[in-house]
Design a protein around this ligand. Structure first.
Ligand code: KGT
Length: 275
């Protein structure tokens, strides 16, 4: 059966160091194939809202971060959601979650739509992600050996209409690379993930940054995979680790057949940017 893994660590702002940590952690992957490995938001370069991210931003399809992930996907024979990579977008960058197949080819790119401009009571003051980030305006779904994957990132989790829209377009597995703060994560991470999984009857695959970062920020960790019934299938309880579960397509079909909420729904949503 296909396998899904989430990987978690405490990223700093140096890509080489983060990629080294990633290489170490990927050695812990279980042997099952096909396997989808999902990495946290800003795994290679942590520090949204900092001008230094602009220097690290890569041209789409090129650059050391994308090359390293492509190589790891080939080497380990796994699909990887590299969420997120700073990708040049004019004078700004997109927080791009990229899907690489097991040949190392980039097969999808989702640019984070909802940007985290918020004040959190954590000593950081306020987060201003939109300062240097160009928001995305497109929903991204892709057919894979793991089912139809819908792509979202971190703060998107708070906008249920987006997940409804992904489900309406056939999403079965939703990936959500994240860097939820310690304070907001403690309060909201698990219930929001379970709600999105239950109401849309999808797997939610949600790796999170965890621990105290070199810049002093703290993130919540608790990376998890939740099934379409809302059950937590795996959870990472320390700052660094790997969590793996088999993904069972019959659970998706069974949950949807027994309780066809999509057909029962009397409220349809629309997307501001729909073409
Ligand atoms: O800094 C980086 O490079 C990584 N990116 C982030 O940390 C992003 C943007 S500041 N964080 C979030 O979206 C947190 C959302 C959140 O915590 C919530 O919705 O409660």
């Amino acid at each position: 059966m296909a396998q899904i893994s989430v990987v978690q660590w405490t990223s700093g702002n140096k890509p080489e160091q983060n990629l080294e940590q990633l290489r170490r952690l990927l050695r812990l992957l279980p042997p099952q194939r096909p396997q989808l490995v999902v990495l946290p938001e800003a795994f290679a370069s942590f520090g949204a809202g900092e001008s230094s991210q602009l220097e690290r931003a890569e041209v789409y399809g090129d650059g050391p971060i994308q090359q390293a992930v492509a190589e790891l996907a080939r080497q380990h024979d796994v699909w990887i959601v590299a969420g997120t990579i700073p990708v040049k977008a004019g004078k700004r960058y997109s927080a791009a979650s990229m899907l690489f197949n097991n040949q190392g080819e980039a097969v999808a790119r989702y640019n984070k739509i909802h940007l985290f401009d918020a004040t959190v009571e954590d000593g950081t003051g306020s987060y201003q992600e939109s300062k240097y980030t160009q928001p995305g305006d497109e929903l991204v779904l892709v057919d894979t050996p793991f089912g139809r994957i819908g792509m979202a990132v971190c703060y998107d989790l708070r906008f249920p209409e987006m997940f409804r829209a992904l489900r309406a377009k056939g999403a079965e597995v939703i990936v959500l690379p994240s860097a939820f703060t310690k304070v907001t994560g403690k309060a909201h991470w698990q219930p929001l993930l379970q709600a999105r999984a239950i109401e849309n009857q999808c797997y939610m695959v949600a790796p999170n940054q965890g621990g105290e970062h070199p810049d002093g920020r703290e993130t919540w960790g608790h990376s998890m995979v939740i099934d379409p019934w809302g059950k937590i299938c795996t959870q990472i309880s320390s700052d660094i680790g790997v969590g793996s579960v088999p993904i069972d397509p019959t659970i998706i079909q069974d949950v949807r057949r027994r309780m066809p909420v999509e057909a029962h729904n009397q409220f349809k949503v629309s997307f501001n940017h729909a073409s």
